[in-house]
Structures are given as C-alpha cells and as structure tokens.
Design a protein around this ligand. Structure first.
Ligand code: C5P
Length: 219
C-alpha cells in the first residue's frame, strides 16, 4: 500500500441506501449502513485521490477532505452521479439502491382505514449501468451483494452491466458489519480473473480494493 497510489485521480462513489417515499412520513429502504463506501472514500483520500461521495441517508460522519453530496432517492443519486462523472476517472457504485419506488407517493399521510392497502412499485433507474453505458465513461467498479452463488451471480452482473471490476460478497455477512469478505472479479482475458479479499476489517479490505483498482486501471 503506497500513500501516492491514487495521486491525480478523481474517484466518485455512491454510498448507503436510498429512500423512496410512500407518503410524507413513510418510506421503503434497506439495511445498508454505508460503512464500506465511507471506508473506501477515507482510504482513497489517504492514497492521494480527490473524492466525491454521493451518499444516501446513513449514520456516519463525513470523512475528512471528501466532497460529500447528500441524496435521498435513487433518482437524486442518479442525477448527482451523472453530474460528477463528467470529470471522474473511477466510479465506484457501492450504494444499495432501492430496486423499486412507489409509483405515485401520496402528498398526505395515508390514513389507516382500509383492511388491505396496495402499493404499486416501479423499477428505479440502474445508476451504475447508466454510467457504464455512457459513450465517454470512467473506469466503473460495482458491488454485488448476494445471499447465494456469490461468484456466479457476480460474473453475470459484471457482464450484464458492462463493469470493469466487481466486488461480490455475501450480503448477510456484510450488511452493517465492520468486516467483509469479497471476491474481486474482472473481465476474463488473461489466466487470472478473480481474487479473494478478506475476511477482514472494511478499512483493510478497502485498501486491497483500491490497490486492485490501480492494477486494473494500469492493465
Ligand atoms: O443488481 P444489483 O443491485 O445487485 O447490482 C449491484 C451494483 O449495482 C452495485 O454496484 C450497486 O451500487 C449498483 N446499482 C446501481 N443502481 C441500481 C441498482 C444497483 O447503481 N438501481
């Protein structure tokens, strides 16, 4: 690990969950803590990068010397990402973006009168997929939180979303935890196309991830 590893690079990360309103007081979200992205952002600054952190609602302090962009919904996260990627060298999608949002959230609090209540959900935009499909795009790194067949699903996701590097991990062991084990997967071509990282503290694994990003950038 070298202090100047990422000198001169602008790195943009998405972090945490997104929150999709049902009405003014209720929302759909998930258990993402934001710890992995905040650890990556902190370590990237220490490795010499300029860092933009686009974060959904989390209970973490803003890392030093990071440009923090706070967002709530997936649409806001997409808009902030598209603004940031114009001069970004590496885009890392760490956020657990809500897959669906309520099609028409209510302007007023929904009253508890009906016995059953139906919400219609619509798909949210794929932020990392949108970034990876841009004609002029940064090096794009994704995460895949799975609960089974971690490597197979990961390799499929790498191809489907057109990513340069993917960190696949077991969601149940990672969410809100201080440690992580992940498999790094990149497009096949050479004999080596994956590497195991951890299990270890998220800050330690973040450094391994940044070293691998540097290696793949240079490859
Ligand atoms: O398909 P899945 O949600 O598992 O893919 C995970 C990867 O895609 C992560 O890098 C995540 O940040 C990104 N993603 C995204 N926008 C979405 C869904 C996932 O950027 N709407």
């Amino acid at each position: 690990y070298q202090p100047g590893l990422l000198n001169g690079l602008h790195i943009t990360l998405t972090a945490g969950p997104t929150r999709e309103a049902i009405d003014p007081v209720r929302f759909i979200s998930n258990h993402s803590s934001g710890k992995m992205a905040y650890a990556l952002a902190t370590e990237a600054v220490q490795a010499g990068a300029r860092v933009t952190l686009i974060s959904g609602p989390v209970n973490l302090p803003a890392p030093d010397r990071v440009e923090l962009v706070k967002v709530t919904t997936a649409q806001e996260m997409l808009d902030a990402s598209l603004t940031a990627v114009a001069d970004t060298d590496v885009f890392i999608g760490v956020a657990a973006v809500a897959d669906y949002r309520v099609s028409e959230s209510s302007d007023h609090k929904i009253k508890k009168t009906a016995e059953t209540l139906q919400l219609t959900l619509v798909r949210n935009p794929d932020i990392i997929g949108t970034v990876a499909a841009l004609p002029e795009r940064p090096f794009v790194v994704g995460f895949a939180a799975e609960t089974r067949d971690v490597v197979e699903y990961g390799r499929d996701k790498l191809k489907r979303k057109g990513l340069d590097l993917l960190f696949a991990n077991d969601a149940t062991a990672t969410f809100n935890s201080d440690s992580i084990a992940a498999t790094a997967i990149w497009p096949a071509g050479s004999s080596e196309d994956h590497q195991e990282l951890g299990p270890a503290n998220k800050h330690l694994v973040a450094r391994q991830m940044l070293m691998l990003i540097r290696q793949r950038l240079d490859a």
